[in-house]
Design a protein around this ligand. Structure first.
Ligand code: GH3
Ligand code: MG
Ligand code: MG
Ligand code: MG
Length: 305
């Protein structure tokens, strides 16, 4: 892939020479002739910029100041690592030191040998590739660590993180939320009668039904076995029971069909509302769990609040 390099230098001949050299080496070059222009070019190309070569002595805004500003923008926008090499006529130790301190990754002294520059750019590219691969792996791992393998929804850990987030939002903005735990009724009998495969298919089918009425802001997670959690942001205490009644109905509504056999299933749902305040996630879940137990104890296939 073509590497995109921003060359910043106020001296036209320096800039042109660099551009000529880099183009020959098959780099795509964009230019800036002062610090402010460098920031503008960085902003315009930050999506696909691979490297910045930055002169230090320039009028108005020098290279150090420009790099400081660029690093601040990257920090705010949480952008991935972008290597910056200073190219300067000053060999002062304090300048080299300052260049690295303001966020440069290397500091080369002019006049610059083309061989050395190419080699340094290669080294930067290597580190950038490594960091990109690492970031991608972390994303994949995070996804794996937060997803339930069978149904593809959030696992308990991820569900609790989202619940925490929604509760914080409720505390700050006063928007209520309703939380529920539901557990399939007599699910062991499904496994015993139709086999474990059929049980798995029931879990997948029920999750799909729930997702179909969950809406944009609703959240579902598998808490374990045949037990799931649902968060409905913006549902107040009075509306919660009827909201979850829809979920109970959609499970009962029609049997799951697996290998030509009809598997009827129902669910019991325990609901707890949150209006803000100091209550913590664990006690909210405990209230929902207690309501669920009451639903089981009093005949199953019902919503208890
Ligand atoms: P209750 O109405 O009281 O909830 O009864 P139940 O039979 O649903 O509850 P119980 O806890 O006795 O049994 C749950 C069963 O769910 C036992 C377990 O083997 C089964 N199960 C848990 N996870 C899975 C899974 O991923 N796939 C399948 N097929 N079965 C599972
Ligand atoms: Mg200069
Ligand atoms: Mg059950
Ligand atoms: Mg259970």
């Amino acid at each position: 892939m073509l590497m995109k390099v921003l060359v910043v230098d106020d001296t036209n001949t320096d800039r042109l020479l660099l551009k000529l050299h880099l183009t020959k080496l098959d780099y795509e070059v964009i230019e800036a002739s002062n610090g402010q222009e460098a920031i503008d070019q960085f902003m315009a190309h930050s999506q696909d910029l691979d490297l910045i070569l930055m002169d230090v002595q320039m009028p108005k805004m020098n290279g150090f100041e420009a790099v400081k500003a660029i690093r601040e923008i990257q920090e705010i926008k949480k952008q991935e690592w972008l290597p910056i090499i200073f190219l300067s006529a000053s060999a002062e130790e304090s300048d080299v030191e300052e260049g690295i301190l303001v966020g440069g990754d290397d500091y080369l002294i002019k006049p610059i040998s083309q061989k050395v520059l190419s080699a340094k750019m290669l080294a930067m590219q290597r580190i950038a590739d490594m960091r990109r691969r690492l970031a991608e792996s972390i994303l994949v791992l995070e996804e794996l660590a937060s997803t339930d393998h069978l149904t593809g929804v959030a696992n308990r850990r991820a569900f609790e993180v989202m619940l925490e987030r929604e509760m914080t939002f409720t505390r700050q903005y006063g928007k209520p939320l309703a939380c529920a735990i539901f557990d399939l009724d007599k699910f062991k009998a499904v496994n015993d009668t139709f086999g474990h495969d059929a049980g798995d298919a029931v879990l997948v089918d029920i999750v799909e039904r729930i997702k179909s009425i969950l809406g944009e802001s609703g959240i579902i997670g598998r808490l374990g076995g045949e037990e799931f959690g649902i968060i409905l942001p913006n549902i107040c205490e009075e509306d919660a029971p009827s909201a979850f009644e829809r979920y109970r109905c959609i499970v009962e509504e029609k049997p799951v069909i697996h290998k030509g056999r009809n598997i009827s299933i129902t669910t019991s749902i325990g609901v707890a509302s949150f209006k803000g305040g100091r209550e913590q996630k664990q006690t909210l879940l405990k209230r929902a769990d207690e309501a669920l137990y009451e639903a089981k104890d009093t005949g199953r296939n019902k919503v208890i609040y």
